[in-house]
Write a protein that binds this ligand. Structure first.
Ligand code: FES
Ligand code: FES
Length: 168
């Protein structure tokens, strides 16, 4: 829902989202998550807690995972953003997505977009992680269905497949 206007102010935000330049004029007191979900209609990132605790809203901003619920929309101006919608390429799932599906890394799926973008970003920096490193990387993402073992196994398997040349 569009938040109440602050006076008559609007703000124009220009950013690159999933490789596409976007220009959005909106009210300034929206979160980045609201901008992405409601103004850009990219509904993969979810609002769980809205207070920075669950990671369901995770997006990658200038190469770093952030909680979209904690960022004000104008802070995206001039930034590069990756959401879960931009992870698959050419109709092919990213290895992290593929292994999450194959290895049962999700149940209700509410947390999954956050885990996926976090893991994809993590593997871009460490393609040969230990289990502990994976667990630390996803520490900001909470899941209330699956437990974490299958998610960790899926990320480790994705790393292995990527090392062997699959995906990126
Ligand atoms: S909705 Fe942002 S951390 Fe939970
Ligand atoms: S799969 Fe349901 S919260 Fe994680």
């Amino acid at each position: 829902m569009l938040k109440e206007r602050v006076g008559h102010a609007t703000v124009t935000i220009r950013c690159v989202v999933n490789g596409v330049e976007r220009t959005v004029t909106t009210v300034p007191n929206r979160t980045a998550l609201e901008l992405i979900r409601e103004d850009l209609a990219l509904t993969g990132a979810k609002e769980g807690c809205g207070t920075g605790d669950c990671g369901a809203c995770t997006i990658i901003v200038d190469g770093r995972p952030v909680n979209g619920c904690l960022l004000l929309a104008p802070m995206l101006d001039g930034k590069t953003v990756l959401t879960v919608e931009g992870v698959a390429r050419g109709g092919k799932l990213h290895p992290v997505q593929q292994t999450m599906v194959e290895m049962g890394g999700l149940q209700c799926g509410f947390c999954t977009p956050g885990f996926v973008v976090t893991a994809v970003n993590f593997l871009e920096h460490n393609l040969n992680p230990t289990e502990e490193e994976v667990r630390v990387a996803i520490a900001g993402n909470l899941c209330r269905c699956t437990g974490y073992s299958k998610i960790v196994d899926a990320i480790l398997e994705a790393a292995k497949r990527m090392r062997e040349g699959e995906g990126r």
